[in-house]
Design a protein around this ligand. Sequence first.
Ligand SMILES: Nc1ncnc2c1ncn2[C@@H]1O[C@H](COP(=O)(O)OP(=O)(O)OP(=O)(O)O)[C@@H](O)[C@H]1O
Length: 232
Amino acid sequence: MMKVSGLDAFYGSSHVLFDVSLEIGDGESVALLGRNGAGKSTTLKSIMGLVGSTSGTVEWRGSGIRGLRPSVIARRGVAYVPEDRRIFPDLTVEQNLRMGRSANPKGALAVEEVLEMLPLLAPLVDRPGGVLSGGEQQALAIGRALIGRPALVLLDEPSEGLAPLIVESLGQVINDLRTQQGISMLLCEQNRDFALALTDRAYVLDGGRIVYSGTTAEIRAQSGDIDRLLGV
Ligand SMILES: Nc1ncnc2c1ncn2[C@@H]1O[C@H](COP(=O)(O)OP(=O)(O)OP(=O)(O)O)[C@@H](O)[C@H]1O
């Protein structure tokens, strides 16, 4: 479904990603693990067309998308949930959700359909986004991606900054998407256990390079080495 080959990325003269290759199959959920600054966000942003200077190949359903505008990539069915969530604080939850319809103006879901997928948002629809808790904002950011009916969601560190109990319920939300909706996912995380519980396979990034890849079971079996790469 998505095949990234030999991807390099640069911020000005700073070379940040080196020869990154990864694949995500139809309906597959894949983790991208790595410590702070390993290049996880840059990988997602490069796939989404948000990094100005990249080289290599990003294939989506058989055609090259590297270099296309983010809005074009979104319309082809790839959604991106940024690390900072980018909730509009003065818009209500419902209005925030509607903003995501631009990714798929003709085929977007109704707000009610998103609320069925993310029931924790249902009682909050009229609240301004800015007053939601961190976990609720994360669910809203995911909902805003889902309303455009994507086939692949790129999720950047959804557990970051959330209390352990909230992380657990967020995990259930993400797991439901995976098991009930069949949406493919690339999940960036520093939180190894959270990510491995929600994915089939994982890649480990270090210093902008993929240094390890395997099934979640294989990664668990190597947990000592992986923890060293994650800096824990
Ligand atoms: N806009 C930018 N301009 C210059 N350098 C950047 C920019 N964004 C990220 N970097 C650098 O690129 C490298 C990779 O950063 P990236 O954000 O992709 O890592 P990450 O694995 O997502 O880490 P984090 O969890 O801290 O976001 C880091 O060295 C970072 O300082």
